[in-house]
Design a protein around this ligand. Structure first.
Ligand code: FAD
Length: 397
């Protein structure tokens, strides 16, 4: 069976696909979302959206939906340099926002549906065809269907298989770190502060993201040769013990913590596709680029993708040109974030004599003047990024 009555078909219905589908359906486009899961569960994903991502949510018109559906505004951030008020100190004048990821997937998929998109759950895409009439093969209840559209949007997440079917090849920048997360209750501490603190000598980064319902998402980044792993709920004791080494605040916060979900760890390396568009098929979200979760940039990038692709389509009647325009912009903003995160990691997380020497030179100057730290994690990829910014951060001036 074959059908081709759509402008856009998305492979996947996560944040990337649903944010994009909602914005295109609200412009009157015929959008079909194909999502394999009937119900979303906790896969341990991003739950803190930094300020430049909140701005993207505003631009996409979904910020209010997030806030009326269980998301919480978090105005403060603590990164070990003192409490920072993001509303007062970022160019966006916005707080960060936190939420439970599966709830937000449901909310945004509902938003896409309300905007007029057709959402089919329990449907697995099994193939993608590029070309003048791009199409997907979709399987559900033992039946397979070919569906064509003007544009196929691959948004099937970090382990994307669909991009291989469409002929994209990936690049990698491996880093010897893992990043683990678990949902906790009973965590003490302020509910309006998101904490991300590095312990450079141990190569650790601990994160606490308060959410509604008195829950917190706890994260820990750690070196793969640190002598422990954090995969599986039986490792909760190790997760808490290692987190407490990041600083005394973690020991206080986690004194009565109890787990509410799976504990899972992920590779912290980068995987991306250069120029994520070809022949009627475009990649967005983590299918286009996976960033190091230690720096919490994934969802901001994901919403940026949805917004840039939406705008490219609005500005070009030729959607092939729109796809290329999006892909060019994606290469630029993703690589800027990639560059900054690598600088931050080399100073705050890497271990060994060279890293120690970098810290000895840079840290006293940073402690005197925190503006030496590039602020792209909050300010976004458009902040200045050149040799002067790099040298100032590493204390070479
Ligand atoms: C541990 C961890 C912590 C993170 N922390 C942060 C953070 O604090 N801040 C931040 O901004 N980002 C963070 N991120 C990144 C963030 O989670 C991602 O950027 C975001 O989830 C990407 O959304 P997506 O829609 O691209 O992918 P996903 O959320 O993975 O969505 C893909 C969807 O596609 C569906 N799918 C897959 N294959 C098929 C198929 N063949 N057919 C149909 N459907 C399919 C899946 O079921 C899924 O629903 C973190 C990531 C990890 C792993």
């Amino acid at each position: 069976m074959s059908s081709s009555s759509y402008d856009i078909v998305t492979v996947g219905g996560g944040l990337a696909a649903s944010a994009f589908a909602a914005s295109m359906a609200s412009k009157g486009m015929r959008v079909l979302v194909l999502e394999k899961e009937l119900q979303f569960k906790d896969r341990v994903r991003g739950e803190y959206l930094g300020t430049w991502g909140v701005k993207e949510a505003q631009e996409l018109g979904i910020q209010n939906t997030l806030l009326t559906s269980g998301a919480t505004e978090i105005p403060f951030v603590e990164m070990g340099f003192g409490l920072r008020n993001l509303v007062e100190t970022t160019s966006q004048r916005l707080p960060g926002v936190s939420f439970f990821h599966p709830e937000m997937q449901e909310t945004l998929l509902g938003e896409a549906q309300r905007a007029g998109a057709e959402v089919r759950r329990g449907v697995s895409v099994t193939n993608v065809q590029t070309g003048p009439h791009p199409s997907v093969a979709a399987a559900s209840n033992g039946r397979e269907q070919t569906i064509s559209a003007r544009l196929i949007v691959i948004a099937d997440g970090r382990g994307s298989v669909a991009r291989k079917w469409a002929g994209f090849s990936t690049k990698n920048d491996a880093h010897p770190f893992h990043f683990a997360g678990v949902l906790l209750e009973g965590v003490s501490g302020r509910r309006d502060v998101c904490t991300f603190v590095f312990h450079p000598e141990l190569g650790l980064v601990g994160g606490i993201v308060p959410q509604s319902k008195d829950r917190c998402r706890a994260y820990l980044g750690y070196p793969i040769d640190g002598g422990f792993t954090l995969q599986g709920s039986e490792k909760l004791g190790t997760f808490l013990a290692e987190s407490k080494k990041v600083g005394p605040m973690f020991a206080d916060c986690y004194a009565n913590a109890r787990s509410l979900g799976p504990l899972a760890a992920f590779d912290a390396g980068y995987t991306w596709v250069d120029h994520p568009y070809r022949d009627g098929v475009v990649l967005i979200g983590e299918a286009a680029a996976v960033s190091d979760p230690s720096f919490g940039q994934g969802m901001s990038l994901t919403l940026r993708d949805a917004r840039v692709l939406r705008d490219a389509i609005s500005n070009h009647s030729n959607w092939d040109q729109a796809g290329h325009s999006y892909a060019q912009q994606h290469d630029t903003y993703f690589q800027r974030i990639h560059t900054v995160c690598c600088w931050l990691r080399s100073l705050f997380q890497e271990q060994g004599p060279e890293a120690d020497a970098r810290r000895q030179r840079a840290m006293p100057r940073i402690l005197e003047d925190g503006s030496r730290v590039p602020d792209h994690l909050f300010g976004g990829p458009e902040l200045p990024l050149d040799e002067a910014v790099r040298a100032r951060f590493f204390g070479e001036h």
